[in-house]
Design a protein around this ligand. Structure first.
Ligand code: F6P
Ligand code: MG
Length: 455
């Protein structure tokens, strides 16, 4: 279906866009994205000597050329130039260029697809893909992860919180056999919420500034409770319990939970702790982690970050932390846990496109009993990053996406939120005008095509 990007068509509202002067999308494209690009350029420049030591003069040339491509892109962004086709020849280049044509078609021929006039979700994703292109075109630094320093730093800065969490997990695992069902449920809820609030710690909202977890993640849960705007954790729990029952009667299927990861650092640890608990409690028998195949949105998890985090946890000078690290490594070795990536996660598509545009990934997710989508960007893609009324049901906003029962664990950092009670959004706006973008509020929002929706 063709539709102009800024219109509601058949009840589907417009995409958020920097076109709306003063909007959060506008401020992001105008201020935050150039700041991120400047940091990327600084990081590459600061590492000039390292490139020289590793590769000699050719490393310095690559550094210069990469910086020149990135500066050019920053200029294109700041002067609202047309979005250009990608020129590398990676696995997903063709898809990106086709997507650009699709955008152009939707927008009509009068004006080019440009940074401020196109959907925010698209241009923001495109910026990270262009960063990747700039590096990729410049061997020998093609594989350099320009966000790596920030990600590792954020892990080290949350050490205290990580230790507290690992100690908590040890306490739970030690007494697992004696736990009543209610106690199990209580721990499940706590760890689900820890994983939710772990999503406060992303580096893209702070344009790369320190945003690590400093307080005890378990002790803060009670005071954070009022900030959970939608809490469907009971449905997540019943989905896991009923998957167990089905598994028992058919005596074949192991319960599988997929976690579509978001940020490295503290958030990733919260996800690993939750996944550990799911396995040790028997609520799940397998966990698939889905990460990014290229550096993405400053702090998102790549395969390298995933492995590095487990190695660091193992090597920690803290009894329970290193014990957990060893356990996680053995889960991976045994195939109880597995890490997956797919180029679709670093494309700009709304998830309702997945069945058509990445049918293999959609089929993989269909094999899960529950899919947990971490973070804000995943929520934007689940809902299409559109200007939905807050009371529209989550199921409606998903527009047919539903490979398996799914749950978003997301702190709000962009102005899209669905599934609220009538009046709830208005009340929040009057009390706290930044409620949708401050990262202070969160949702545990569930959808299953099998269950009655609250639409
Ligand atoms: O606006 C903040 C932002 O850059 C959004 O574009 C994006 O959705 C978010 O940060 C990233 O957050 P998260 O890491 O939770 O996906
Ligand atoms: Mg992120």
């Amino acid at each position: 279906m063709m539709m102009a990007a800024d219109q509601t068509v058949h009840g589907v509202p417009a995409s958020l866009s920097a076109k709306v002067v003063g909007s959060y999308a506008y401020l992001t494209v105008r201020d935050r994205l150039p700041t991120i690009l400047t940091k990327v350029i600084d990081t590459i420049h600061r590492n000039k000597n390292k490139f020289f030591e590793e590769y000699g003069e050719v490393g310095i040339q690559a550094e210069k050329q990469t910086i020149s491509l990135l500066s050019k892109m920053r200029n294109e962004l700041q002067t609202d130039k047309p979005v250009l086709a990608l020129t590398d020849s990676l696995q997903d280049t063709e898809c990106w260029n086709q997507y650009l044509q699709r955008q152009q078609k939707q927008q009509g021929d009068q004006e080019s697809v440009s940074w401020f006039k196109s959907p925010w979700l698209y241009v923001e994703c495109y910026m990270y893909r262009r960063v990747h292109e700039a590096l990729w075109l410049n061997p020998p630094i093609s594989d350099y992860d320009v966000f790596n320093e920030g990600k590792t730093q954020s892990f080290f800065e949350s050490q205290q919180a990580v230790m507290t969490l690992c100690t908590y997990l040890e306490g739970v695992n030690k007494n697992m056999e004696e736990l009543s069902k209610n106690q199990l449920l209580e721990h499940f809820n706590k760890l689900l919420q820890v994983s939710l609030w772990g999503n406060k710690c992303d580096l893209s909202i702070s344009a790369g500034r320190d945003n690590s977890q400093k307080t005890s993640p378990i002790d803060s849960l009670n005071s954070l409770q009022p900030f959970i705007l939608v809490n469907d954790s009971n449905m997540v729990w019943s989905t896991l319990i009923s998957s167990q029952r089905q598994g028992q009667s058919e005596k074949t299927t192991a319960v599988r939970v997929d976690i579509v990861l978001d940020n490295a650092g503290f958030e990733l640890v919260t996800d690993l702790v939750l996944a550990d608990f799911l396995i040790s409690s028997g609520l799940a028998h397998e966990v698939y982690f889905h990460g990014k195949s290229i550096p993405w949105f400053v702090s998102d998890v790549t395969a390298n970050d995933f492995q590095w985090t487990i190695r660091q946890t193992m090597a920690a000078n803290h009894k329970w932390m290193s014990k957990n690290g060893v356990q996680w490594k053995s889960h991976l070795k045994a195939g109880v846990w597995s890490y997956h990536d797919h180029p679709f996660w670093t494309q700009p598509n709304e998830f309702c496109d997945m069945a058509d545009d990445a049918p293999d990934l959609y089929a993989t997710l269909q094999g899960a009993d529950l899919v947990l989508f971490k973070g804000d960007l995943n929520y934007r893609k689940l809902t299409g990053d559109r200007d939905w009324d807050h009371t529209v049901g989550f199921g409606t906003a998903l527009r047919g996406f539903g490979p398996a029962p799914l749950c978003s664990l997301r702190t709000l950092k962009a102005n899209v939120q669905v599934g609220l009670q009538p009046g709830q959004g208005e009340k929040l706006t009057s009390q706290d005008p930044d409620w949708m973008t401050s990262g202070k509020y969160g949702v545990i929002q569930f959808y299953s095509s099998n269950s009655e929706q609250k639409d």
